[in-house]
Every structure is written in structure tokens, then in C-alpha cells.
Design a protein around this ligand. Structure first.
Ligand code: SAM
Ligand code: SF4
Length: 328
């Protein structure tokens, strides 16, 4: 290892969230309610060679897990090649993706064969009509078939993300618990985060995860210990359930204390935080392998400026218009 990426609060970065596109085919109410609209005159998303140089630099500085995200990462035609490239980098032990599941049923096996080790699928409701209402797409059955295909392809566990939305899916906890009783699914409830483009939706639908947490604890669920490359979810297990519940509560005090990830956007900007005020250009240093020393120095130079917290609780949303723009 050349150096270890570490910030001035002694947080070490084992985990890279790599966005490979900001394009998406869904219209989630809290993300792209009007569908995808290109917001930049871009020079194209990072090519596979540029992505390789990003991953290589991070791997040389202690990163062992890469999550591919977007937009919808599977919309990239070279997605399977990107998976193979990342999984073959020395030091990368986990290759994860977050997907809306649209292409999962067809590709679960080939993605696994290409080196995908961890899979997060977004399913905001177990009711097909509510799913349609929240995501703008009538694809509930296809997404559920995708999860089945992932198990058939050999994934031992699938993580499912559900954004907690008051008055939309907030009454579905019993249905979600029944679903995971006999299935190795880690169901992660994510509190709705306010972003720049979001208007009244946040006030209308934000719901704290605390009531779920209290319900779980009162019903015999136990909190698990975090591993070093794990995300910020509090994970609960129960002897009667094969599945697990995760809670991601970004408004909780101390949420950022365990931050272990850095982000690179599909256009090659380094983001210290999902809710930061700026991105740092890396693309000029992604053109040749021999630039790696300079690339690492630029990333390291930024770590001193990584803030202690996202300050979301004070209404700060930084430059992020919606999570598809940087990679949620
Ligand atoms: N398109 C893929 C998907 O939906 O899984 C990957 C990108 S999406 C931005 C990543 C995750 O962020 C999804 O689970 C989505 O539900 C979540 N997300 C998006 N906007 C959010 C918001 N404002 N608050 C909380 N979670 C959000
Ligand atoms: Fe697309 Fe994911 Fe955003 Fe939904 S949350 S609009 S699937 S990027």
C-alpha cells in the first residue's frame, strides 16, 4: 500500500462509491420526479480506462470495497466489462452495486460471473401500485423476479433499500417483516434526505427511523457489530428471522463519525461527502497510468478538508440537486 487515505478526524477510507452514469430510467418521487434530464454538457462519462485508474489509485491507498452506483449503473452498455475490470484490481475484495433492479432478472448471473460480490436493490414498496406511485415505473414484478434471479445466481444475501416515506410506505413494516422471515435479505430502511431540488416532499414525507428501531428492540431484535468496510446502517437480527433489518438514519447525531467512504462522480469529480459544496476535478489525472502518484497526492490533499459532518440536520444540502447526480 502506498499510503492510507485518512482524514483529520482519523477516519480511514476503505470504501469507494463510484458513479458510472447519472442517467436513469426511473422517476422516483424523491430523486428524479420528472425523469432524467442531462444537466451538463458533458464530455462523456468516465471511460473504462479512466475508471480503472480511479480504482487502482484507491486500491493502492487501502480501499478494499467499491460500490458502483449512479443514476442507474446497469444502463451502461459496458457495465459487465466495468465489473470485470474492478474485480480484477489487486486489493479489491468486494465489488458492490446499487440498482433499481430493472435489468437484474436478465443479467444477475453474468454480473456475478464478472465479479459482482454484493448487491443492493431498491424496493420502496411491496405493493405493486405503491411501487409504481413512488418510482414512476410499473416494474414491481420485474424487480422481484430480479431478486429471485440473484439468489438463483448464487448471491447468498441480497440487500434491499427502501426509502421510508410517511403516508406512502410507512405502514408496510409488517409486510416487509413477513417477506424477510425466510429469505436472506437485509432490508434497509433509509430516511429520506433533503436534496437541493426537493421542495415540499421532505416536510410531507420525511419519517424518522426511530419508531422502527424502537419496534425492533421491543420485539427481540438485536443490533449487530459493524465491520470496517460496512456502511452506516445499524443492522438488527432476530433468531426467528433469516433476514435482517438495517436502519440508515443520516439525521442522527454522530452519523458521520463512522464515515469510511469517498465518492467519485461519473464525470470524474471527487466528492468528500454526498452533501459537500464542491467536487474536485480528477479527470485530467486519469489519462495515463503514470499519473497515479499525482492523482493520489491530489486526493490526499483534499482529505484534510473533509468536514466532520454533513450538517443535514441544519438544513444544509450542499451542491447535491438529487442523489442521482453524484451517485447515492
Ligand atoms: N438507481 C439505483 C437505485 O435506485 O438503486 C442507484 C442510485 S440511487 C441514487 C441509490 C439509492 O439512493 C437508492 O436506494 C435510492 O432509493 C436512494 N435515494 C435516492 N434519493 C434519496 C433521498 N433523497 N433520500 C434517501 N435515499 C435516496
Ligand atoms: Fe433512478 Fe435510483 Fe434515482 Fe430512482 S433513486 S430515480 S432508480 S437513480
Amino acid at each position: 500500500m502506498t499510503v492510507q487515505f485518512e482524514d483529520s478526524y482519523s477516519r480511514k477510507f476503505y470504501y469507494l462509491r463510484l458513479s458510472i452514469t447519472d442517467v436513469c430510467n426511473f422517476r422516483c418521487t424523491y430523486c428524479l420526479p420528472d425523469g432524467y434530464k442531462p444537466a451538463h454538457k458533458n464530455s462523456g462519462f468516465l471511460s473504462i480506462d479512466e475508471l480503472k485508474r480511479v480504482v487502482s489509485a484507491f486500491a493502492h491507498c487501502g480501499t478494499s470495497k467499491v460500490r458502483i452506483t449512479g443514476g442507474e449503473p446497469s444502463l451502461r452498455k459496458d457495465f459487465t466489462d466495468i465489473l470485470s475490470m474492478i474485480s480484477s484490481q489487486e486489493g479489491i475484495e468486494k465489488v458492490a452495486m446499487t440498482t433499481n433492479g430493472y435489468r437484474l432478472a436478465k443479467h444477475a448471473q453474468s454480473w456475478r460471473d464478472a465479479g459482482l460480490t454484493n448487491l443492493n436493490v431498491s424496493v420502496d414498496s411491496l405493493d405493486a401500485r405503491m411501487f409504481h406511485q413512488i418510482t414512476g415505473e410499473n416494474k414491481f414484478r420485474e424487480v422481484m423476479a430480479g431478486i429471485d434471479a440473484a439468489f438463483d445466481a448464487g448471491f447468498e444475501q441480497v440487500k434491499v433499500n427502501a426509502v421510508l416515506l410517511k403516508d406512502l410506505n410507512s405502514s408496510e413494516l409488517p409486510a416487509f417483516l413477513r417477506w424477510i422471515k425466510d429469505k436472506p435479505i437485509q432490508l434497509r430502511f433509509i430516511e429520506l434526505m433533503q436534496t437541493g431540488d426537493m421542495n415540499s416532499l421532505f416536510e410531507k414525507h420525511h419519517q424518522s427511523g426511530v419508531s422502527i428501531r424502537n419496534h425492533l428492540i421491543a420485539n427481540g431484535w438485536l443490533m449487530k457489530v459493524r465491520e470496517r468496510s460496512d456502511g452506516p446502517a445499524e443492522v438488527f437480527c432476530h433468531p426467528d428471522y433469516v433476514g435482517e433489518i438495517g436502519l440508515i438514519m443520516p439525521y442522527k447525531k454522530d452519523f458521520c463519525d463512522s464515515c469510511n467512504r469517498l465518492r467519485v462522480s461519473a464525470l470524474g469529480k471527487l466528492h468528500m461527502c454526498l452533501f459537500g459544496d464542491y467536487g474536485v476535478e480528477l479527470r485530467d489525472l486519469l489519462q495515463e497510468d503514470k499519473q497515479e502518484v499525482e492523482l493520489i497526492a491530489r486526493i490526499q490533499g483534499q482529505l484534510a478538508d473533509k468536514k466532520q459532518s454533513h450538517f443535514l440536520d441544519q438544513g444544509h444540502t450542499g451542491m447535491t440537486p438529487h442523489l442521482a447526480s453524484i451517485g447515492g
